[in-house]
Design a protein around this ligand. Structure first.
Ligand code: NAD
Length: 440
Protein backbone atom coordinates (compact mmCIF):
# COMPACT_ATOMS: atom_id res chain seq x y z
CA UNK A 1 0.00 0.00 0.00
CA UNK A 2 1.06 3.61 -0.43
CA UNK A 3 1.42 5.17 2.99
CA UNK A 4 2.16 8.74 4.04
CA UNK A 5 3.53 9.54 7.49
CA UNK A 6 3.02 13.04 8.90
CA UNK A 7 5.46 13.79 11.72
CA UNK A 8 8.64 11.73 11.84
CA UNK A 9 9.29 11.57 15.59
CA UNK A 10 9.51 8.44 17.74
CA UNK A 11 6.13 7.14 16.58
CA UNK A 12 6.19 8.35 12.97
CA UNK A 13 9.65 7.04 12.20
CA UNK A 14 9.08 3.62 13.74
CA UNK A 15 5.68 3.37 12.02
CA UNK A 16 7.17 4.36 8.65
CA UNK A 17 10.11 1.98 8.91
CA UNK A 18 7.79 -0.76 10.21
CA UNK A 19 5.32 -0.48 7.34
CA UNK A 20 8.19 -0.32 4.82
CA UNK A 21 9.53 -3.56 6.31
CA UNK A 22 6.23 -5.19 5.28
CA UNK A 23 6.77 -4.00 1.70
CA UNK A 24 4.52 -0.95 1.76
CA UNK A 25 5.74 2.15 -0.04
CA UNK A 26 6.16 4.87 2.58
CA UNK A 27 6.74 8.62 2.18
CA UNK A 28 7.45 10.51 5.41
CA UNK A 29 6.88 14.23 5.82
CA UNK A 30 7.99 16.50 8.67
CA UNK A 31 8.07 20.28 9.06
CA UNK A 32 11.50 19.97 10.68
CA UNK A 33 13.93 20.48 7.80
CA UNK A 34 16.90 19.48 9.90
CA UNK A 35 15.32 16.12 10.79
CA UNK A 36 14.51 15.38 7.15
CA UNK A 37 18.07 16.28 6.08
CA UNK A 38 19.48 13.87 8.66
CA UNK A 39 17.14 11.08 7.62
CA UNK A 40 17.94 11.57 3.95
CA UNK A 41 21.59 11.08 4.87
CA UNK A 42 20.66 7.87 6.68
CA UNK A 43 21.23 9.45 10.15
CA UNK A 44 18.70 8.61 12.81
CA UNK A 45 17.53 11.57 14.90
CA UNK A 46 16.55 9.19 17.75
CA UNK A 47 17.99 6.11 19.40
CA UNK A 48 15.95 2.92 19.12
CA UNK A 49 17.49 -0.51 19.01
CA UNK A 50 17.51 -2.05 15.53
CA UNK A 51 15.97 0.98 13.86
CA UNK A 52 19.16 1.94 11.97
CA UNK A 53 19.41 -1.49 10.36
CA UNK A 54 15.72 -1.59 9.34
CA UNK A 55 15.90 1.99 8.03
CA UNK A 56 18.92 1.19 5.90
CA UNK A 57 17.18 -1.86 4.43
CA UNK A 58 14.04 0.16 3.68
CA UNK A 59 16.05 2.93 1.98
CA UNK A 60 18.06 0.39 -0.06
CA UNK A 61 14.83 -1.28 -1.22
CA UNK A 62 13.43 2.10 -2.17
CA UNK A 63 10.46 1.55 0.15
CA UNK A 64 10.87 4.65 2.31
CA UNK A 65 11.69 8.29 1.58
CA UNK A 66 11.68 11.53 3.56
CA UNK A 67 10.50 14.91 2.39
CA UNK A 68 9.75 18.46 3.45
CA UNK A 69 7.27 18.78 0.64
CA UNK A 70 3.78 17.86 1.84
CA UNK A 71 2.46 17.60 -1.71
CA UNK A 72 5.01 14.85 -2.50
CA UNK A 73 3.88 12.89 0.52
CA UNK A 74 0.12 13.29 -0.02
CA UNK A 75 0.08 12.79 -3.78
CA UNK A 76 1.87 9.46 -3.53
CA UNK A 77 -0.19 8.06 -0.64
CA UNK A 78 -3.64 6.53 -0.14
CA UNK A 79 -3.47 6.26 3.64
CA UNK A 80 -2.03 9.05 5.75
CA UNK A 81 -0.90 8.39 9.33
CA UNK A 82 -0.93 11.47 11.54
CA UNK A 83 1.94 11.03 14.01
CA UNK A 84 2.54 14.60 15.18
CA UNK A 85 3.05 15.47 18.84
CA UNK A 86 0.10 16.20 21.13
CA UNK A 87 1.92 17.81 24.07
CA UNK A 88 0.41 19.19 27.23
CA UNK A 89 -0.94 22.73 27.14
CA UNK A 90 -0.83 25.17 30.07
CA UNK A 91 -4.13 23.87 31.47
CA UNK A 92 -2.96 20.25 31.34
CA UNK A 93 -5.09 19.38 28.28
CA UNK A 94 -3.73 17.81 25.09
CA UNK A 95 -2.60 20.58 22.78
CA UNK A 96 -3.95 19.73 19.33
CA UNK A 97 -2.41 22.64 17.43
CA UNK A 98 0.12 20.47 15.55
CA UNK A 99 -2.56 17.97 14.62
CA UNK A 100 -5.02 20.61 13.42
CA UNK A 101 -2.35 22.38 11.39
CA UNK A 102 -1.33 19.08 9.80
CA UNK A 103 -4.95 18.24 8.89
CA UNK A 104 -5.60 21.71 7.45
CA UNK A 105 -2.44 21.49 5.34
CA UNK A 106 -3.35 18.03 4.06
CA UNK A 107 -6.87 19.13 3.06
CA UNK A 108 -5.32 22.10 1.25
CA UNK A 109 -3.01 20.02 -0.93
CA UNK A 110 -5.05 16.80 -1.36
CA UNK A 111 -6.23 16.09 -4.89
CA UNK A 112 -7.60 12.59 -4.36
CA UNK A 113 -9.57 10.55 -1.83
CA UNK A 114 -7.65 9.69 1.32
CA UNK A 115 -7.93 7.79 4.56
CA UNK A 116 -6.60 9.94 7.41
CA UNK A 117 -5.46 7.87 10.37
CA UNK A 118 -4.92 9.44 13.74
CA UNK A 119 -2.01 7.60 15.39
CA UNK A 120 -1.19 10.52 17.67
CA UNK A 121 -2.71 10.16 21.14
CA UNK A 122 -5.78 12.39 21.12
CA UNK A 123 -8.67 13.03 23.51
CA UNK A 124 -11.95 11.22 22.97
CA UNK A 125 -13.98 12.95 20.26
CA UNK A 126 -10.97 14.33 18.33
CA UNK A 127 -11.56 12.27 15.17
CA UNK A 128 -15.15 13.55 15.08
CA UNK A 129 -13.81 17.09 15.34
CA UNK A 130 -11.27 16.48 12.59
CA UNK A 131 -14.02 15.16 10.35
CA UNK A 132 -16.23 18.19 10.97
CA UNK A 133 -13.32 20.53 10.32
CA UNK A 134 -12.51 18.79 7.05
CA UNK A 135 -16.14 18.96 5.93
CA UNK A 136 -16.21 22.70 6.61
CA UNK A 137 -12.97 23.54 4.83
CA UNK A 138 -13.29 21.05 1.99
CA UNK A 139 -16.46 22.71 0.65
CA UNK A 140 -15.77 22.06 -3.04
CA UNK A 141 -15.35 18.34 -2.19
CA UNK A 142 -12.13 18.04 -4.17
CA UNK A 143 -11.30 14.89 -2.27
CA UNK A 144 -13.19 12.59 0.05
CA UNK A 145 -11.63 11.90 3.45
CA UNK A 146 -12.25 9.07 5.85
CA UNK A 147 -11.02 9.54 9.38
CA UNK A 148 -9.85 6.51 11.35
CA UNK A 149 -8.38 6.21 14.84
CA UNK A 150 -5.43 3.84 15.26
CA UNK A 151 -3.73 4.73 18.54
CA UNK A 152 -0.15 3.61 19.01
CA UNK A 153 0.94 1.42 21.94
CA UNK A 154 4.67 1.09 21.22
CA UNK A 155 7.10 1.59 24.09
CA UNK A 156 10.28 3.58 23.60
CA UNK A 157 13.24 1.27 24.09
CA UNK A 158 11.47 -1.63 22.36
CA UNK A 159 9.53 0.46 19.85
CA UNK A 160 10.42 -1.40 16.68
CA UNK A 161 9.73 -4.81 18.21
CA UNK A 162 6.42 -3.54 19.57
CA UNK A 163 5.44 -2.31 16.12
CA UNK A 164 6.52 -5.50 14.33
CA UNK A 165 4.92 -7.81 16.91
CA UNK A 166 2.05 -5.86 18.46
CA UNK A 167 0.06 -7.36 21.32
CA UNK A 168 -3.01 -5.73 19.77
CA UNK A 169 -3.98 -3.26 17.07
CA UNK A 170 -6.83 -0.96 18.03
CA UNK A 171 -8.82 0.47 15.14
CA UNK A 172 -11.49 3.09 15.61
CA UNK A 173 -13.62 2.85 12.49
CA UNK A 174 -17.22 3.88 12.02
CA UNK A 175 -19.62 0.95 11.78
CA UNK A 176 -20.68 1.79 8.25
CA UNK A 177 -17.12 2.21 6.95
CA UNK A 178 -16.58 -1.34 5.68
CA UNK A 179 -14.15 -0.11 3.05
CA UNK A 180 -11.66 1.26 5.62
CA UNK A 181 -12.03 -1.88 7.74
CA UNK A 182 -11.00 -3.99 4.77
CA UNK A 183 -8.02 -1.74 3.98
CA UNK A 184 -6.78 -1.96 7.57
CA UNK A 185 -7.30 -5.71 7.90
CA UNK A 186 -5.20 -6.09 4.73
CA UNK A 187 -2.56 -3.67 6.02
CA UNK A 188 -2.22 -5.30 9.44
CA UNK A 189 -2.80 -8.91 8.31
CA UNK A 190 0.92 -9.24 7.59
CA UNK A 191 1.93 -7.76 10.92
CA UNK A 192 -0.27 -9.47 13.49
CA UNK A 193 0.18 -13.16 14.19
CA UNK A 194 -3.55 -13.64 14.66
CA UNK A 195 -6.42 -11.55 13.25
CA UNK A 196 -8.18 -11.61 16.61
CA UNK A 197 -5.49 -9.17 17.78
CA UNK A 198 -7.10 -6.52 15.55
CA UNK A 199 -9.70 -4.88 17.75
CA UNK A 200 -12.19 -2.83 15.75
CA UNK A 201 -14.39 -0.42 17.68
CA UNK A 202 -16.01 3.00 17.29
CA UNK A 203 -13.52 5.86 17.02
CA UNK A 204 -14.34 7.37 20.41
CA UNK A 205 -13.74 4.03 22.12
CA UNK A 206 -10.37 3.65 20.39
CA UNK A 207 -9.32 7.15 21.46
CA UNK A 208 -10.33 6.53 25.06
CA UNK A 209 -8.71 3.06 25.09
CA UNK A 210 -5.31 4.66 24.55
CA UNK A 211 -5.70 7.04 27.49
CA UNK A 212 -7.15 4.31 29.70
CA UNK A 213 -4.16 2.04 28.92
CA UNK A 214 -1.59 4.69 29.85
CA UNK A 215 -3.58 5.78 32.91
CA UNK A 216 -3.80 2.15 34.14
CA UNK A 217 -0.02 1.68 33.84
CA UNK A 218 0.66 5.01 35.53
CA UNK A 219 -1.73 3.99 38.32
CA UNK A 220 0.21 0.79 38.98
CA UNK A 221 3.45 2.76 39.16
CA UNK A 222 2.10 5.40 41.51
CA UNK A 223 0.48 2.73 43.66
CA UNK A 224 3.70 0.80 44.22
CA UNK A 225 5.62 4.06 44.69
CA UNK A 226 3.26 5.01 47.50
CA UNK A 227 3.57 1.58 49.13
CA UNK A 228 7.38 1.93 48.84
CA UNK A 229 7.32 5.23 50.71
CA UNK A 230 5.29 3.59 53.50
CA UNK A 231 7.70 0.62 53.43
CA UNK A 232 10.67 2.99 53.85
CA UNK A 233 9.21 4.67 56.91
CA UNK A 234 8.48 1.35 58.62
CA UNK A 235 11.83 -0.32 57.79
CA UNK A 236 10.19 -2.90 55.56
CA UNK A 237 11.62 -4.10 52.25
CA UNK A 238 9.44 -3.34 49.22
CA UNK A 239 11.12 -6.16 47.24
CA UNK A 240 9.43 -8.73 49.48
CA UNK A 241 6.13 -6.91 49.23
CA UNK A 242 6.39 -6.90 45.42
CA UNK A 243 6.90 -10.67 45.48
CA UNK A 244 4.04 -11.13 47.88
CA UNK A 245 1.51 -9.17 45.86
CA UNK A 246 2.80 -9.89 42.33
CA UNK A 247 2.31 -13.64 42.88
CA UNK A 248 -1.42 -13.01 42.76
CA UNK A 249 -2.24 -13.40 39.03
CA UNK A 250 -4.91 -10.73 39.35
CA UNK A 251 -2.11 -8.28 40.18
CA UNK A 252 0.99 -9.66 38.41
CA UNK A 253 4.59 -8.45 38.64
CA UNK A 254 4.59 -6.06 35.67
CA UNK A 255 4.84 -2.37 36.50
CA UNK A 256 5.30 -3.12 40.19
CA UNK A 257 8.83 -1.77 40.50
CA UNK A 258 9.03 1.41 42.55
CA UNK A 259 11.30 4.21 41.41
CA UNK A 260 11.67 7.94 40.99
CA UNK A 261 8.34 8.47 39.27
CA UNK A 262 7.21 7.86 35.73
CA UNK A 263 8.49 10.17 32.99
CA UNK A 264 8.65 10.22 29.22
CA UNK A 265 6.52 11.91 26.66
CA UNK A 266 3.34 9.91 27.36
CA UNK A 267 2.28 8.97 30.91
CA UNK A 268 2.66 12.41 32.54
CA UNK A 269 0.84 14.31 29.81
CA UNK A 270 -1.76 11.62 29.10
CA UNK A 271 -2.81 11.27 32.75
CA UNK A 272 -3.19 15.05 32.97
CA UNK A 273 -5.08 15.21 29.67
CA UNK A 274 -7.52 12.54 30.84
CA UNK A 275 -8.13 14.40 34.10
CA UNK A 276 -8.76 17.50 32.03
CA UNK A 277 -11.12 15.73 29.66
CA UNK A 278 -13.13 14.33 32.60
CA UNK A 279 -13.34 17.83 34.07
CA UNK A 280 -14.98 19.09 30.86
CA UNK A 281 -17.91 16.84 31.85
CA UNK A 282 -17.74 17.90 35.52
CA UNK A 283 -16.15 14.62 36.58
CA UNK A 284 -13.58 14.89 39.36
CA UNK A 285 -10.84 12.29 38.65
CA UNK A 286 -10.02 11.29 42.23
CA UNK A 287 -7.93 8.25 41.27
CA UNK A 288 -6.03 9.91 38.42
CA UNK A 289 -5.49 13.07 40.47
CA UNK A 290 -3.81 10.96 43.16
CA UNK A 291 -1.72 9.09 40.56
CA UNK A 292 -0.46 12.39 39.20
CA UNK A 293 0.20 13.87 42.65
CA UNK A 294 2.13 10.82 43.87
CA UNK A 295 4.24 11.01 40.72
CA UNK A 296 5.16 14.64 41.34
CA UNK A 297 6.17 13.79 44.92
CA UNK A 298 8.05 10.70 43.81
CA UNK A 299 10.23 12.67 41.42
CA UNK A 300 11.60 14.58 44.42
CA UNK A 301 11.71 11.59 46.77
CA UNK A 302 15.22 10.36 46.01
CA UNK A 303 16.66 13.89 45.92
CA UNK A 304 15.12 14.47 49.37
CA UNK A 305 16.79 11.30 50.64
CA UNK A 306 20.15 12.46 49.30
CA UNK A 307 19.66 15.92 50.81
CA UNK A 308 18.84 14.60 54.25
CA UNK A 309 21.71 12.08 54.14
CA UNK A 310 24.35 14.75 53.56
CA UNK A 311 23.91 17.09 56.49
CA UNK A 312 26.35 19.66 55.12
CA UNK A 313 25.83 20.02 51.37
CA UNK A 314 28.74 22.34 50.74
CA UNK A 315 31.46 20.75 48.67
CA UNK A 316 29.52 17.53 48.34
CA UNK A 317 29.77 15.96 44.91
CA UNK A 318 27.36 13.24 43.82
CA UNK A 319 27.47 11.07 40.72
CA UNK A 320 24.43 10.25 38.63
CA UNK A 321 24.24 7.15 36.43
CA UNK A 322 21.43 7.29 33.88
CA UNK A 323 19.61 10.34 32.57
CA UNK A 324 17.09 9.15 29.98
CA UNK A 325 13.57 8.56 31.28
CA UNK A 326 14.10 4.83 30.94
CA UNK A 327 16.79 2.52 29.52
CA UNK A 328 17.34 1.95 25.80
CA UNK A 329 16.03 5.34 24.71
CA UNK A 330 17.62 8.76 24.37
CA UNK A 331 14.34 10.45 25.31
CA UNK A 332 14.65 12.81 28.28
CA UNK A 333 11.15 14.32 28.10
CA UNK A 334 9.84 14.53 31.70
CA UNK A 335 12.77 12.33 32.83
CA UNK A 336 13.18 12.09 36.62
CA UNK A 337 16.85 13.01 36.15
CA UNK A 338 15.82 16.58 35.29
CA UNK A 339 13.94 16.95 38.61
CA UNK A 340 16.64 15.24 40.67
CA UNK A 341 19.41 17.35 39.17
CA UNK A 342 17.42 20.57 39.62
CA UNK A 343 16.67 19.75 43.30
CA UNK A 344 20.28 18.87 44.08
CA UNK A 345 21.76 21.89 42.31
CA UNK A 346 19.32 24.16 44.16
CA UNK A 347 20.60 22.67 47.42
CA UNK A 348 24.25 23.32 46.58
CA UNK A 349 25.44 19.87 45.46
CA UNK A 350 27.95 19.41 42.66
CA UNK A 351 27.05 16.70 40.16
CA UNK A 352 28.97 14.44 37.80
CA UNK A 353 26.57 12.75 35.42
CA UNK A 354 26.80 9.98 32.88
CA UNK A 355 24.34 8.38 30.48
CA UNK A 356 25.22 6.02 27.61
CA UNK A 357 23.19 8.11 25.12
CA UNK A 358 21.57 11.17 26.66
CA UNK A 359 24.48 13.23 28.04
CA UNK A 360 24.26 15.83 25.27
CA UNK A 361 20.53 16.51 25.53
CA UNK A 362 20.62 16.88 29.32
CA UNK A 363 23.68 19.14 29.02
CA UNK A 364 21.70 21.30 26.59
CA UNK A 365 18.74 21.36 29.03
CA UNK A 366 21.02 22.71 31.80
CA UNK A 367 23.06 24.88 29.44
CA UNK A 368 23.35 27.78 31.89
CA UNK A 369 25.11 25.67 34.56
CA UNK A 370 28.91 25.68 34.58
CA UNK A 371 30.82 22.43 34.17
CA UNK A 372 32.47 22.96 37.58
CA UNK A 373 28.97 22.46 39.10
CA UNK A 374 27.40 19.99 36.69
CA UNK A 375 29.63 17.94 34.42
CA UNK A 376 28.84 15.21 31.91
CA UNK A 377 31.37 12.41 31.82
CA UNK A 378 32.29 10.09 28.98
CA UNK A 379 32.10 6.87 30.97
CA UNK A 380 30.47 5.63 34.15
CA UNK A 381 33.64 5.40 36.22
CA UNK A 382 34.81 8.92 35.29
CA UNK A 383 31.57 10.11 36.87
CA UNK A 384 32.63 8.51 40.20
CA UNK A 385 35.88 10.47 40.60
CA UNK A 386 36.02 12.27 43.96
CA UNK A 387 32.33 11.73 44.55
CA UNK A 388 30.59 11.28 47.89
CA UNK A 389 27.74 9.15 46.61
CA UNK A 390 26.30 7.45 43.55
CA UNK A 391 22.70 7.94 42.45
CA UNK A 392 21.34 5.36 40.01
CA UNK A 393 18.46 6.86 38.04
CA UNK A 394 18.12 4.78 34.84
CA UNK A 395 18.71 1.05 34.85
CA UNK A 396 20.76 0.72 31.66
CA UNK A 397 22.30 -2.74 31.20
CA UNK A 398 25.83 -1.36 31.33
CA UNK A 399 25.27 -0.34 34.97
CA UNK A 400 24.65 -3.97 35.98
CA UNK A 401 28.34 -4.70 36.36
CA UNK A 402 29.83 -2.82 39.27
CA UNK A 403 33.56 -2.92 39.99
CA UNK A 404 33.69 -2.34 43.75
CA UNK A 405 37.47 -1.97 43.96
CA UNK A 406 37.52 0.57 41.12
CA UNK A 407 34.63 2.53 42.62
CA UNK A 408 36.24 2.43 46.09
CA UNK A 409 39.47 3.87 44.66
CA UNK A 410 37.68 6.67 42.81
CA UNK A 411 35.08 7.75 45.35
CA UNK A 412 35.55 9.73 48.55
CA UNK A 413 32.80 7.85 50.38
CA UNK A 414 30.80 4.72 49.67
CA UNK A 415 27.13 5.65 49.46
CA UNK A 416 24.61 4.45 46.93
CA UNK A 417 21.13 5.83 46.31
CA UNK A 418 19.46 3.25 44.14
CA UNK A 419 16.55 5.01 42.45
CA UNK A 420 15.35 1.85 40.68
CA UNK A 421 16.13 -0.83 43.30
CA UNK A 422 18.46 -2.16 40.63
CA UNK A 423 21.29 -3.44 42.77
CA UNK A 424 21.65 -6.23 45.29
CA UNK A 425 21.48 -4.38 48.59
CA UNK A 426 23.31 -7.12 50.52
CA UNK A 427 26.22 -7.08 48.08
CA UNK A 428 26.72 -3.36 48.62
CA UNK A 429 26.44 -3.76 52.40
CA UNK A 430 29.01 -6.57 52.31
CA UNK A 431 31.45 -4.16 50.61
CA UNK A 432 30.90 -1.62 53.41
CA UNK A 433 28.71 0.66 51.33
CA UNK A 434 25.70 2.47 52.74
CA UNK A 435 22.68 1.55 50.60
CA UNK A 436 19.45 3.47 50.22
CA UNK A 437 16.79 2.38 47.74
CA UNK A 438 13.14 3.20 47.17
CA UNK A 439 11.19 1.45 49.92
CA UNK A 440 14.13 -0.56 51.21
P1 NAD B 1 7.76 13.59 18.60
O1 NAD B 1 7.77 14.90 19.27
O2 NAD B 1 8.93 12.69 18.72
O3 NAD B 1 7.49 13.78 17.03
C1 NAD B 1 6.51 14.60 16.51
C2 NAD B 1 6.98 15.07 15.15
O4 NAD B 1 5.90 15.77 14.49
C3 NAD B 1 8.15 16.04 15.18
O5 NAD B 1 9.19 15.55 14.35
C4 NAD B 1 7.58 17.34 14.62
O6 NAD B 1 8.51 18.11 13.89
C5 NAD B 1 6.48 16.83 13.74
N1 NAD B 1 5.43 17.79 13.39
C6 NAD B 1 4.81 18.72 14.17
N2 NAD B 1 3.88 19.39 13.47
C7 NAD B 1 3.89 18.87 12.22
C8 NAD B 1 3.13 19.12 11.04
N3 NAD B 1 2.18 20.05 10.99
N4 NAD B 1 3.41 18.39 9.94
C9 NAD B 1 4.38 17.45 9.96
N5 NAD B 1 5.13 17.16 11.04
C10 NAD B 1 4.87 17.86 12.16
O7 NAD B 1 6.44 12.86 19.10
P2 NAD B 1 6.24 11.30 19.37
O8 NAD B 1 6.87 10.91 20.65
O9 NAD B 1 6.55 10.54 18.14
O10 NAD B 1 4.66 11.25 19.63
C11 NAD B 1 3.73 11.48 18.58
C12 NAD B 1 2.34 11.11 19.08
O11 NAD B 1 2.29 9.72 19.40
C13 NAD B 1 1.92 11.83 20.36
O12 NAD B 1 0.54 12.05 20.31
C14 NAD B 1 2.25 10.83 21.46
O13 NAD B 1 1.48 11.02 22.61
C15 NAD B 1 1.92 9.53 20.77
N6 NAD B 1 2.64 8.37 21.27
C16 NAD B 1 3.95 8.46 21.59
C17 NAD B 1 4.65 7.34 22.04
C18 NAD B 1 6.09 7.42 22.43
O14 NAD B 1 6.57 6.50 23.08
N7 NAD B 1 6.82 8.46 22.06
C19 NAD B 1 3.98 6.11 22.15
C20 NAD B 1 2.63 6.04 21.77
C21 NAD B 1 1.97 7.17 21.33
Amino acid sequence: MNIGIIGVGYVGLVTGVGFAHFKNKVVCFDIDQNKINHLNNGDLPIYEEGLDEYLEKAIDSNLISFTNNLDDCISSSDIIFLCVGTPQDKAGAADLKYLIKAVDDIVEVAKKDLILVCKSTVPVGTCDKIEKRINLSNDDNRSKFKVVSNPEFLKEGTALKDFLEPDRVVLGIDDSDYESSKVFFDLYAEIVSDQSLILVMPRRDAELTKYAANAMLATKISFINEIAVISDKYDADIKNIQKGIGADPRIGYEFLNPGCGYGGSCFPKDVKALINKAKEKNIESYVLGAVDKRNELQKKYLADKVKSFFFNKENVTVSIWGLSFKPNTDDIRCASSLDVITELLDSGFKIKAYDPISNASVEEYFNDIGSDILSFEINKYDALKESHGLILLTEWDEFKSFDFSKADDLMLSKNIFDGRNFYDKDEFLSHDWKYSGIGR
